[in-house]
Ligand binder design. Sequence first.
Ligand SMILES: Nc1nc2c(c(=O)[nH]1)N=C([C@H](O)[C@H](O)COP(=O)(O)OP(=O)(O)OP(=O)(O)O)CN2
Ligand code: ZN
Length: 147
Amino acid sequence: MLQQFYPQVPHHYRYELNKDMHLAAAHFIPHPDAGVCARTHGHTYFINITVAGDDLDDSGFLVNFKELKEAVHGRWDHTLLNDDRDVFDPNDPDRFPSTEVVARVVWERIQALLDQKPNRPRCLQVVVRETPTSYVVFRPRPGVDLR
Ligand SMILES: Nc1nc2c(c(=O)[nH]1)N=C([C@H](O)[C@H](O)COP(=O)(O)OP(=O)(O)OP(=O)(O)O)CN2
Ligand SMILES: [Zn+2]
């Protein structure tokens, strides 16, 4: 995919899959220090999700690629991210829709999906590219975010 890159996550799982997707969404950062980003504007986010595990499910999948897309694209494509008040909060900087927070909440949503699977895959990394020149990598802390 154009503009995509693949930082490696060290691990010892037998399988690793990666799912790329893009997401058209608007947002604003609700803080005066954000400058022009405090105004509503849009991006085509490029997202890469890395999932790993030792065991496959009954379909021979670590997890169905389509489920990963639905969990993220299905929720936020063509939306104003700030409107999703279950996830984003204008009164809490840790829940502003910055690239950092978007990367973390994508991880949280994907890992919650994976936690329901009997083969227990893990999401090891989420990359969110907001513009051609700006991206964030989120990796869970083993034993803290990821069990
Ligand atoms: N650490 C962060 N910094 C900024 C974020 C962010 O989410 N995390 N977001 C913004 C704006 O929302 C903006 O959309 C992106 O900013 P920027 O990369 O500066 O965009 P440009 O296209 O103007 O970048 P150039 O490289 O200067 O062309 C701002 N900061
Ligand atoms: Zn922006």
